[in-house]
Design a protein around this ligand. Structure first.
Ligand code: SAH
Length: 353
């Protein structure tokens, strides 16, 4: 039975489900979920991410963390973690670059937070020969100073969607029309987490919340504030959620999110204000456009150095990759960077307090 038919059966029996329940089932169902069953990345897949576009992305993220590690006195035993590592490319590039900082690789205990068996297998290949551990959730991260990377992880976490109705909200849900899945709205009681959104919304406006993201960042922030470390989080989104951003992608094109659950990627924009709030008692950086972050870390010098050994089509594609990562009309502005660090420390390089 398809996952869509499973969901229809569940809704027929127990009533409409929230958008978050729908997203979680579509992405992570143990045998029919989108991430659990495939490697979705790359030209032949459904979407491409920054580390798959150029090695420069992971190298610079790794060097930013390695400098933050040096700035905090180079703790001799620390956790180097990544959330949702995809094919493992980002961690491999980060470790290759940061491994040139004396002592860094020896002190690092690499832990990957990944639920997908299909992607764990890819990560194992990409990091072959290295000592790597996997956990399902940040709650299982080992103690110690925590240096952490996350690219396009938070956009995969399930969001709830609310629409302003008078002085309160109604919630978008997935119900049935005949045997087909369909969006609708349900009345809900007061939402404490949305109190601050009564100020900046008007009747009919839609806002999104992600309880899982807030929980993950609270866990990371607590460890970084208590034991040292830093997190560099990159994703698309903005300071405050803006409207309905739920999107389904298959083969690099938008599709109806309800049409064939489990067969398309589902994402929502990240509300960085909510992540920043959840990171306390750690400090957080200013939200910084990806292009600005990478330029501050010297991506153009790195691009020139790599270009010196390239010619023809390889050189053209390298130049296009640099533009794609940094240009404001490509990924440079849509994607944002948030740093999390101990209140007494400086933010990771590339970011400002
Ligand atoms: N960071 C990678 C991949 C992004 S795709 C890159 O930039 O290329 C999202 C990743 O998050 C995948 O590895 C997916 O399996 C993982 N993921 C999604 N939801 C998750 C969850 N709830 N817990 C842990 N990992 C999750």
């Amino acid at each position: 039975m398809s996952l869509g038919a499973d969901l229809a059966q569940r809704i027929a029996a127990a009533g409409p489900i929230t958008v978050a329940d729908f997203m979680e089932t579509a992405l992570l169902h143990p045998t029919k979920g989108y991430y659990t069953t495939r490697d979705p990345l790359g030209a032949a897949g459904d979407f491409t991410t920054a580390p798959e576009i150029s090695q420069m992305f992971g190298e610079l993220m790794g060097l930013s963390l390695a400098q933050a590690w040096l700035d905090q006195g180079a703790p001799p035993d620390f956790v180097l973690a990544e959330l949702g590592p995809g094919r493992g490319t980002l961690m491999a590039d980060a470790l290759r670059a940061a491994g040139r900082v004396p002592g860094f690789a020896e002190a690092a205990r690499v832990v990957l937070v990944e639920v997908s068996p299909a992607l764990r297998a890819r990560q194992k290949d990409a990091l072959a020969g290295m000592d790597v551990a996997w956990v399902d959730h940040v709650d299982a991260l080992p103690a110690g100073p925590l240096f952490l990377l996350a690219n396009e992880f938070f956009d995969a976490l399930p969001v709830r969607q609310f629409q302003r109705a008078g002085a309160g909200w109604r919630e978008r849900c997935v119900g049935l029309e005949g045997d087909r899945l369909r969006f609708g709205w349900s009345p809900v009681g007061p939402q404490a987490t949305l109190a601050h959104r009564l100020e900046d919304t008007a009747e009919g406006d839609i806002v999104e919340t992600c309880a899982l993201a807030a929980g993950v960042v609270a866990r990371i922030g607590a460890q970084i504030a208590a034991e040292g470390g830093a997190a560099v989080i990159i994703d698309y989104g903005d300071w405050r959620s803006q409207g309905d951003t739920l999107q389904a992608l298959r083969a690099h094109s938008p599709v109806d999110p309800l049409a064939a659950p489990g067969s398309a990627d589902l994402t929502a924009h990240v509300d960085f204000e909510a992540l920043a709030r959840a990171s306390a008692p750690a400090a957080h950086s200013r939200l910084t456009p990806q292009g600005v972050f990478l330029e501050r870390l010297g991506i153009t010098d790195r691009a020139r150095a790599l270009a010196a050994n390239l010619a023809g089509a390889a050189l053209d594609s390298h130049i296009a990759a640099h533009r794609r990562l940094t240009h404001p009309e490509e990924m440079g502005n849509l994607f944002k960077v948030l740093g999390i660090y101990p209140p007494a420390a400086a933010p990771p390089p590339g970011l400002l307090p």
